[in-house]
Design a protein around this ligand. Structure first.
Ligand code: ATP
Length: 285
């Protein structure tokens, strides 16, 4: 069986600058390297070189910092199938009383394709969002039904079973790494763990630039809007909060102009609204 070449694994039309991720270059590169190495090198060579063949990654950090965004972009870059995203709390309610087969089903398509195409099969990504809400320490009292313990056991069995497959990458996300069952954090499971932190000032500037790019291209935002100043003012904001701030400021400014019936540049309103709102949110912090 021929192993896919690097250029068949990385999507040729994918541009790093189009990813729309701000301030997480180091994290993205390290996650991408591990995911890519797992695809390109045969598991036996990886073992020989002493590198781990990565099946699982854990992205942890505060809410709204871009964990899902990174996982999706890694998938796009590596030409993966559309990821299966499993939301922790939904899964728990949906799976109560159901058989062990539910987690198995998530892995089924990838396993079937691997049987047919071997190492040439495409990458399948399974994303577990809010991992801590389901896969918490076994035996913890919060779930009286024992369903959660069963789910941890099922996932452990599944991840241990995919040893020979290099077409599955399981990505777990959490805001509370400390709650997750320790066994899931051991080698062979969610072994690569990357912290996704709140953006620093240069990161916030990048996010502001990304999120206002269309407006700037369409001259909806004047040249005089001071994004570096906004980056300073939005200390402790997550990427999602910066996005929310821009959306609110935009609709606020647009609304105001609709009400007073003027047509013209909204740039000063936009800037003032953002400044007002970011001062307000900083004060709440
Ligand atoms: P949660 O832990 O709550 O699930 P998350 O870390 O997975 O959140 P995302 O869902 O990836 O966060 O991001 C939420 C929104 O914020 C997305 O629309 C995304 O575009 C934006 N966002 C967050 N961080 C960044 C970033 N670093 N660069 C660009 N956009 C970002």
């Amino acid at each position: 069986m021929n192993r896919p070449k690097a250029d068949a694994i990385i999507r040729p039309d994918f541009k790093f600058e189009d990813m729309g991720i701000g301030g997480l270059d180091k994290e993205f590169t390290s996650i991408f390297r591990r995911a890519f190495a797992s695809r390109i090198f045969p598991p036996a060579l990886i073992e020989k070189l002493g590198i781990q063949h990565v099946k699982g990654m854990l992205l942890y950090g505060p809410p709204g910092t871009g964990k899902t965004l990174i996982a999706r972009q890694i998938g796009k870059m590596l030409n993966a199938r559309e990821p299966k995203i499993v939301n922790g709390p939904d899964m728990l309610s949906k799976y109560v009383g159901e058989s062990e087969g539910n987690i198995r089903k998530l892995f089924q398509d990838a396993e079937d394709e691997y049987k047919k195409k071997g190492e040439e099969s495409s990458l399948h990504i399974i994303i577990f969002d809010e991992l801590d809400s389901v896969f918490k320490q076994r035996g913890s009292k919060s779930d009286g039904t024992g369903v959660a313990d069963n789910l941890v056991n099922q996932l452990l069995a599944k991840m241990d079973g995919v040893e020979q497959l290099n077409n599955i990458l399981v990505i777990g996300m959490t805001n509370r790494k400390d709650l997750i069952d320790n066994a899931l954090l051991r080698p062979g499971r969610f072994e690569v763990q990357v912290e996704i932190h709140l953006p620093d000032e240069p990161g916030r500037l990048q996010i502001l630039e990304i999120k206002t790019k269309k407006m700037r291209d369409n001259k909806g935002l004047g040249q005089d809007v001071d994004l570096p100043q906004l980056a300073k003012l939005t200390k402790n904001f997550s990427g999602a909060e910066i996005e929310g701030l821009i959306k609110s400021a935009t609709s606020f400014a647009l609304n105001k102009h609709i009400k007073i019936g003027t047509i013209g540049s909204i740039k000063s309103d936009f800037e003032n609204t953002i400044l007002d709102m970011s001062c307000f949110l900083s004060a709440l912090d």
